[in-house]
Write a protein that binds this ligand. Structure first.
Ligand code: NZQ
Ligand code: ZN
Length: 387
């Protein structure tokens, strides 16, 4: 096992009516709240009115219109400006991963005198950040239980992951009923995202019976509950278990003591959504089986055999190569069964900028140091195979 320090200080408040605990969660943080949200889904489900009712005793400012793949120039800077102008005490994010991520960057930028992009790109280390509370409406990224945010800068085709211990939410409110209205497309993309988060931790050099078992249980739970949620969007238990799976999938607990993998599919996908503004989970679903095929070798074989036999029940008596081939095919079929488009062309990406993206990924993502190292040529081959 590798050495580790593990701490997730976020309080998860889960269940029907969990929202009633919002005022108590915010009260110790101050009176002036910046409420952040996206393009209007929270109004449609009545959550906006509910939140405003509960915030009656607070002084509330608002930042709305945060887009998927949240944008630095339009949203992060606008939020930082509001915080500085009004002396905001805490940020309340109500929405999916994009709203939460944008809000984390705002929390860091609000207490920094320089250009917030310097924090996001690690040129400067944040010394502090405003506290964040969130009400999650889409289960997928795990942003509600991790210290990461992913911010896009359209003008330079950058989509950057920024992790900092100051960015863990103080509290995350998880009521599965707020996810009933999530579309089939976003439910499927969320499932693919969370499954890939776990695969990024499972496919590595050093792992244990404990981490393998936790990862396998979480993926099986995601597969089962995504299937139910896609058929029955208002199934409380399925949406609930799915939500908790997603929270645990990205905060490091499932790979405690494992060696790092380099998160190669995420490194590649972030460029796809930076250049083409596609849905993150769909990009991952397209790339994952092609990446698997590309990195399969004698050295990596054991992980494929373990994954295929434990997740898909492939017969362990078969030759290893056949197990691995079936594992890759089963992974593809799983994402396809969720209704996800499985080719880059299906999400509006053609061959025009593949070379440029491969170069961008090779320069910015450090995947030559991944568990299964990827050169620029490897990345280009995976992108081409994904067309
Ligand atoms: O903007 P609104 O109107 O709220 O609509 C959103 C958006 O259009 C909608 N939605 C959210 N909750 C809904 C709902 N629609 C109906 N009912 C509800 N209850 O869904 C659409 C997508 O929302 P978004 O927040 O973009 O989705 P997701 O949660 O998948 O977040 C994706 C972003 O998170 C980043 C991704 O790269 C991407 O930018 N990630 C963040 C991570 C992290 N912080 O740890 C890790 C991930 O790997 C990922 O990179
Ligand atoms: Zn992801």
């Amino acid at each position: 096992m590798e050495n580790f320090t593990y701490c997730t200080p976020t309080k998860l408040i889960f269940g029907k009516g969990a929202i009633e605990q919002l005022p108590a969660a915010l009260k110790p943080l101050g009176r002036k709240i910046l409420l952040t949200y996206g393009g209007g889904s929270i109004r449609k489900i009545g959550l906006y009115d509910e939140v405003k009712r509960l915030l009656a005793d607070f002084e509330v400012y608002e930042l709305s219109g945060i887009e998927p793949n949240p944008k630095y120039t339009s949203s992060v800077l606008a939020g930082v400006k509001l915080c500085k102008e009004h002396g905001i005490d805490a940020v309340l994010a109500v929405g999916g991963g994009s709203v939460l991520d944008c809000s984390k960057a705002i929390c860091a930028g609000a207490l920094y005198d320089g250009e917030p992009w310097d924090l996001i790109t690690y040129k400067v280390k944040a010394q502090k950040a405003l506290p964040l509370v969130d009400v999650l409406t889409l289960a997928a990224t795990g942003s509600e239980y991790d210290s990461a945010c992913v911010i896009s800068r359209t003008e330079t085709n950058d989509k950057v992951g920024y992790l900092d211990e100051h960015l863990y939410p103080v509290a995350s409110i998880l009521d599965p009923r707020y996810t009933y209205s999530v579309s089939k497309k976003q439910t499927a993309a969320g499932a693919a995202d969370a499954i890939n988060h776990i695969m990024e931790q499972y496919f590595c050099e050093k792992h244990s019976a404990l981490t393998d078992g936790m990862c396998e249980a979480a993926i099986k739970s995601l597969i089962k509950n995504a299937g139910i949620a896609l058929r029955e969007p208002e199934n409380y238990d399925a949406r609930g278990e799915f939500m908790v799976d997603c929270s645990l999938a990205c905060n490091g607990i499932l790979s405690i003591g494992n060696s790092p993998s380099g998160w190669p599919c995420h490194g590649m996908e972030h460029a796809l959504s930076a250049y083409y503004d596609i849905t993150h989970g769909e990009g991952l679903a397209v790339l994952t089986p092609r990446w698997m095929k590309h990195i399969l070798s004698d050295r990596t074989m054991e992980r494929f055999v373990s994954f295929g036999t434990h997740i898909f029940g492939i017969d362990s008596a078969l030759p290893e190569q056949e197990i691995a081939d079936r594992t890759i095919a089963a992974t593809y079929a799983l994402f396809e069964s969720f209704g996800i488009p499985m080719h880059l062309r299906d999400v509006g990406i053609d061959e025009t900028r593949l070379g440029e993206m491969a170069h961008h990924i090779a320069v910015n993502e450090g995947l030559d140091g991944a568990w299964a190292p990827l050169s620029e040529a490897d990345i280009l081959a995976i992108l081409k195979a994904s067309l």
